[in-house]
Design a protein around this ligand. Structure first.
Ligand code: ATP
Length: 208
């Protein structure tokens, strides 16, 4: 009789590697390369967009903070409306983040428990700002010169130079993030170069 191989247990002690970078740095592209290399990646910002709609308790808290208009007539998180009010009010932005981040954290912990890989990756824009790197095994910063990032985001999002520059100026300066990161991937060359560099960093992390 052929015995079926038992399903491996989910890893509770998986090593978490944070991936971050400013707008247009290439962190999503690096994350895709990491997935293609066979590792699971949790996309925090994409997950957060689902969680604000799916988590009933969080919905109520957001409505309490921002009012009923925070959700549109179809019951969906009103990204445009909220974006406008928090852009003008830093305090409100922080309060909203303080509601969303714990919910994403709970979702992430559950996701990790379902993974079978020894190494799991977490892509998140605010890794260093929120000091989330401190609870990671290692952190990777993807960075590129401002001009490169500006041009790539203008091409990708059909945004003006000024619009992208305004977003960049609100983010933590790259030189500060570099100080906190365990690994830095410079993305000023081609996509092929980026893939090679990503694989090199991956090998280094796995060999640690
Ligand atoms: P955001 O924070 O704005 O979501 P990101 O850091 O995730 O950005 P990506 O979406 O990976 O950045 O990259 C930004 C854009 O630049 C994408 O359109 C991507 O295809 C392109 N890009 C990234 N790296 C390179 C490169 N080395 N050469 C050419 N285009 C690139």
């Amino acid at each position: 009789m052929i015995e079926e191989e038992a399903e491996p247990e989910p890893r509770e002690n998986a090593k978490i590697i944070g991936i971050s970078g400013g707008i247009g740095s290439g962190k999503s592209t690096v994350s895709k390369f990491i997935e293609e290399a066979g590792f699971p990646v949790y996309y925090s910002d994409i997950r957060a967009k689902t969680i604000v709609n799916d988590d009933a308790e969080l919905r109520e808290r957001i409505k309490k903070l921002l009012g009923e208009n925070a959700y549109d007539e179809n019951g969906f998180y009103n990204r445009r409306y909220i974006g406008e009010i928090i852009f003008k009010d830093e305090q409100l932005r922080l309060q909203l983040n303080a509601l969303i981040h714990p919910a994403v954290k709970v979702n992430f912990i559950k996701w990790v428990s379902e993974q079978k890989s020894d190494f799991v990756f977490k892509e998140t824009a605010l890794l260093f700002e929120l000091k989330l790197n401190e609870s990671c095994y290692k952190s990777i910063l993807v960075t590129a010169d401002d001009n490169c990032r500006l041009k790539r985001v203008m091409d990708r999002d059909q945004k003006t130079y000024r619009e992208v520059e305004a977003i960049m100026s609100q983010q933590m300066p790259e030189k500060d993030k570099i100080k906190f990161a365990d690994f830095v991937i410079y993305n000023n060359q081609t996509l092929e170069d980026l893939e090679v560099e990503t694989r090199r960093v991956l090998e280094e992390i796995i060999a640690l």
